[in-house]
Design a protein around this ligand. Structure first.
Ligand code: ATP
Ligand code: MG
Length: 398
């Protein structure tokens, strides 16, 4: 029995004149992803991308999972395909469903007739196919109110499809449809979630990670790259730029008021991030900040850091509680890595009493003790890049 993966559009169905451009992006991305899982053909029709295996060696389960993680689709399922006739549907039910629905007690059929030339109307298709199921699957009954399985029959332009296990897709918009942004990626829980959330809205996401060797370890960096790799299950590829803050942190520690350490450091981080963003053609920054979570994430502290950059800063976690962020991180598969206990540059030289309501004049006075531009230039010169994909890392600039 021939099978195909049906990937149904999310918000894309609402797009008017631009829909075909978005559709082309989705198809291109699916084709790229399919290369990992075998010889598939990919095409788009009627608000659905069809992913068809061309031989027995194709990894359907791998491809199905990958499609569920691709921004742009909200429902994904494996369907049996047959000709558009009731005889073929009957044959298909007999062959395809009995062992797949063995042990299922109740079902109902839903039919969609996208091809209006098909002679039977949807309720008639439901009744007929329901009867085929009753005669083919042992011990099964119809339950319209609360069925164990919903068997869906779709009569489409290019064939009839039967499926019964729709999976929830990632939703959102195709990657690349909403521009490019630079994610400030730490080893914590929040920033990978923030990157995922913006990728889901169609952004191509690059990342910038600040290290502080030897105060932060190789293993802490590996952890961040592992997190990036986990996020690429959704985004396909991520360039992670790594930059050292060691000297900046030592200068702050030696010359400035301890209460202002974090805030002064974050001003550097933002400026360096914007500079990097411009260099890699990103038009916005993304952070995992959540209002009030820590001293550097109060409204006053965020105002101080925001004032350092001109680019929009997207903070998709800003209104989420930690528990809500944790839930997303568990769902996307980054949580277990995020909680590995390695240090971050922000936890090096942490002040005992960080300012939650920083005084702008005092911040300026403390900042004036440092040669801001020279320190930025020096930090920027330490930058190197790692290309991260679901298959692993390649360091290609040092
Ligand atoms: P996370 O969001 O990763 O859990 P956090 O909640 O511990 O971090 P902070 O340490 O205050 O919060 O960091 C706030 C944001 O600053 C992070 O979400 C991230 O975007 C950015 N950030 C923090 N540390 C780094 C780092 N080492 N490299 C790059 N960005 C960082
Ligand atoms: Mg954290």
């Amino acid at each position: 029995m021939k099978e195909v993966i049906l990937c149904k559009y999310g918000e894309l169905v609402l797009k008017g004149a631009n829909k075909s451009r978005f559709e082309a992006m989705l198809v291109r991305r699916c084709r790229q992803r399919a290369e990992r899982f075998g010889n598939f053909t990919v095409s788009a029709r009627q608000s659905t991308v069809y992913v068809e295996p061309m031989d027995e060696l194709c990894d359907m389960d791998g491809m199905l999972e990958s499609m569920c993680r691709m921004p742009g689709f909200n429902r994904v399922s494996v369907a049996a395909v047959c000709d558009k006739s009731m005889e073929s549907l009957r044959e298909c039910v007999r062959e395809y469903l009995p062992h797949r629905m063995a042990g299922v007690k109740t079902f109902k059929v839903e039919a969609k007739r996208a091809d209006k030339a098909f002679p039977l109307k949807s309720p008639e298709i439901c009744a007929e196919v329901g009867a085929y199921i009753l005669e083919s699957v042992r011990g099964i009954r119809v339950n319209v109110q609360n069925p164990e399985r919903v068997v869906r029959v779709e009569i489409r332009e290019n064939g009839a499809y039967i499926h019964f296990d729709q999976l929830i897709g990632a939703g959102g918009m195709p990657i690349g449809s909403s521009g490019r942004a630079l994610l400030m990626l730490s080893g914590g829980i929040d920033s990978p979630v923030a990157g995922y959330m913006m990728a889901k809205r169609g952004m191509t996401v690059d990342a910038l990670h600040f290290e502080s060797f030897p105060y932060t370890s190789e293993r802490a960096k590996e952890k961040v790259l592992t997190l990036a790799k986990e996020v690429t299950e959704y985004t396909d590829c991520m360039y992670v730029h790594i930059l050292s803050l060691t000297h900046i942190q030592e200068e702050i520690k030696n010359k400035c008021d301890e209460d202002y350490f974090t805030l002064l450091l974050r001003r550097f981080m933002y400026v360096l991030a914007e500079r990097m963003a411009k260099k890699c053609h990103c038009e916005a920054l993304i952070t995992g900040e959540s209002l009030g979570q820590v001293a550097s994430q109060t409204l006053e502290a965020i105002s101080v850091t925001d004032a350092m950059v001109q680019m929009p800063v997207f903070r998709p976690c800003i209104g989420l509680d930690k528990e809500e962020i944790v839930q997303i991180s568990r769902r996307i598969g980054t949580f277990e890595t995020s909680i590995l206990p390695y240090e971050d540059c922000c936890t090096v030289f942490t002040p005992r009493h960080p300012r939650t309501r920083p005084d702008a004049a005092k911040v300026a006075a403390e900042a004036a003790k440092l040669d801001f531009d020279a320190l930025c230039d020096e930090a920027f010169a330490t930058m190197y890049t790692v290309k991260v994909t679901p298959d692993g890392f390649t360091t290609f600039e040092k």
